[in-house]
Structures are given as structure tokens and as C-alpha cells.
Write a protein that binds this ligand. Structure first.
Ligand code: UTP
Length: 297
């Protein structure tokens, strides 16, 4: 029986340079897919996986993110007065219990590994989850829930994994597979952003992790790695060198890289088409667009 995972870290202190100029004033995690900010998708996934404590690692300029989680009594009063019960329900679903969210500052963007280490005092000696909100994963069963169910069987540390074209492997952390058991693979090594032609496989790490507290200890001594940043991948790889088990988990679902413009646009279209209130109008528009592109060719 594994220790229950009730805490999740959301590292949101990055600079989001790929979305400049928007991210000059809007945190990337507040950008909306249809009508919900990216962070809401991440929070919902965590809640459905049984997470009770939500730890945000933030930085300067992220106050809109903190404001988003405040209750809005005046707005609720107005909606109630106008009988807008559906909107009231939408708002209520975003309300968080007092004390469930903690904010920790990362003063310098030294990398994802460093951001996770900033939360160490709130983790103590228990396994925890890490969710990167810019990886949005649509699926019947939330990705983190799938992983926690698998972790109940395996223990150890576990990363979400996905096959990518070999040519793209150098943009990801990549797994060196020891044994492939289908949805779970055991891992004998991990490389962050391998040089072209040097990736040990095409199984890439995606932004969901279940980590043992020893990863936080590894991060204490972690030198900077790929891109001059303190890499979480390197601290997880050290687990393997220290004789602890690390697994990759092939999740079921569609992952959208909302940290990139193309991924964000694809997610916007996919989530729009998944909505009953938007599907017909949007699909019609996309058909027209395609027809006019064909006509122009
Ligand atoms: P990214 O590599 O996407 O970096 O970080 P970024 O700064 O968010 O975006 P770009 O590349 O400049 O456009 C992956 C995740 O790690 C967090 C980010 O907030 C994001 O959730 N992160 C990264 C930190 O919290 N701190 C860091 O120092 C670096």
C-alpha cells in the first residue's frame, strides 16, 4: 500500500517568453481555452485525482493568477439578483476551500527543477505530484488519476510519457527504457533535451509527475543542466543511479502543448469543438475556411 498523494506542486514561475507580448502582463496560465484559464484545467485534473493541497510556485507579475482563485462575492450577489443560476454554478465550481492553496515564490527563473525545490518545506516527507499547467491533457479519465492508480501498484517515481517523432525528441526529456510493460515502462535513464541523434528512445516526458521526497533531496545538489537550467529530469535520473525505481506511464488521452502557439491554437479548436454550445458554429466556420483555402489553391 503506497502513501496517499494529496499534495500537488504547480510550477508557474516561468517567463512564458513564447507568448510575448501577451505575457508581459498576463500570466500564461491565465490565458483561456474557450472560457477557462489553463490553470483551471490543471486544478480540475488534480482535484479529480484526489489532491487536497495545491502549491503554486509563482514569480513577479503573477498576481492575476492569485486573484483568479479569490471568491467573488459581489459578482455572485449580482448574478443571484439576476437569477443567473447557471453562471453561479460555473463560478461555484471554481471556488477553492480556504487554506487549500499555498503560494511560494521563485525569485529567479533558474529552471523547473529549482521551481519544484522551492516548494520543499511544504512537502515534508511524502510523495507528491507535479503538474505543468501548459500541458493540457484531454481524456476520459484525467491523466493524473491514471498515474496515481498505476503508482498504487508500482510505488517509486513516475513520469507521464508519450511517443513523439524521433526528430522532435531533442525538445523533451527522454526515457531510456529498461522494460516495456505496456502502459507502464521501467526506466534505466533519462536525458533532458538530448542532442540530435542521441535520444535513447522516442518516449518523451510530459508535464505530469509523481515524485518521492528523495527527488527533492537530489535537487538540493543538482547542478544546472540542459539550457543552463536546474532540470527536474536530472534529479529524477539521479533516483535511478541511487537504486530507486522510476517508471514512465503511457497515459490515455490527447496532450496539447499550450506553452507553444500552435499547440494552444489546436487546443482552442479541439475544446471548442467538444462543446455542445459551440460545436456547430465552429465546425461550420472551419469547413468554410477549408473550402476557401482549397478554392484559392
Ligand atoms: P517552460 O519551459 O515552458 O518555460 O516551463 P516558460 O518560461 O513557462 O515558457 P517559455 O519557454 O519562456 O515560453 C515549463 C514549466 O515550468 C515552469 C513554467 O512556469 C512552466 O509551467 N518553470 C520553468 C518555473 O516555474 N520556473 C522556472 O524557472 C522555469
Amino acid at each position: 500500500m503506497q502513501k496517499k498523494i494529496t499534495k500537488a506542486i504547480f510550477p508557474v514561475a516561468g517567463m512564458g517568453t513564447r507568448f510575448l507580448p501577451a505575457t508581459k502582463s498576463v500570466p500564461k496560465e491565465i490565458m483561456t481555452l474557450v472560457d477557462r484559464p489553463l490553470i483551471q484545467y490543471a486544478i480540475d485534473e488534480a482535484r479529480e485525482a484526489g489532491i487536497k493541497e495545491f502549491i503554486f510556485v509563482t514569480s513577479r507579475g503573477k498576481s492575476a493568477l492569485e486573484d483568479y482563485f479569490d471568491h467573488a462575492p459581489q459578482l455572485e450577489r449580482e448574478l443571484r439578483k439576476k437569477g443567473k443560476t447557471e453562471l453561479l454554478e460555473t463560478l461555484a465550481a471554481t471556488n477553492m476551500e480556504s487554506g487549500a492553496i499555498a503560494y511560494i515564490r521563485q525569485h529567479h527563473a533558474l529552471g523547473l527543477g529549482h521551481a519544484v525545490r522551492c516548494a520543499r518545506r511544504l512537502i515534508a516527507n511524502e510523495p507528491f505530484a507535479v503538474i505543468l499547467p501548459d500541458d493540457v491533457i484531454a481524456g476520459e479519465k484525467p491523466c493524473l488519476k491514471q498515474m496515481i492508480d498505476a503508482y498504487e501498484e508500482t510505488g517509486g517515481s513516475m513520469v507521464a510519457a508519450m511517443e513523439v517523432p524521433m526528430a522532435q525528441a531533442s525538445s523533451y526529456g527522454v526515457l531510456d527504457v529498461k522494460e516495456d510493460m505496456g502502459s507502464i515502462v521501467s526506466v534505466k535513464g533519462m536525458v533532458e533535451k538530448p542532442k540530435e541523434g542521441q535520444a535513447p528512445s522516442n518516449l518523451a516526458v510530459i508535464g505530469r509527475y509523481i515524485l518521492t521526497p528523495s527527488v527533492l533531496r537530489n535537487l538540493r545538489n543538482q547542478d544546472s543542466g540542459a539550457g543552463g537550467e536546474i532540470q527536474l529530469t536530472d534529479a529524477i535520473a539521479s533516483e535511478i543511479e541511487q537504486g530507486r525505481n522510476v517508471y514512465g506511464f503511457r497515459f490515455k488521452g490527447q496532450r496539447y502543448d499550450c506553452g507553444s502557439k500552435a499547440g494552444f491554437l489546436q487546443a482552442t479548436v479541439a475544446f471548442g469543438l467538444a462543446r455542445d454550445d459551440l460545436r456547430d458554429e465552429l465546425a461550420e466556420y472551419l469547413d468554410e475556411l477549408q473550402a476557401s483555402r482549397r478554392a484559392a489553391e
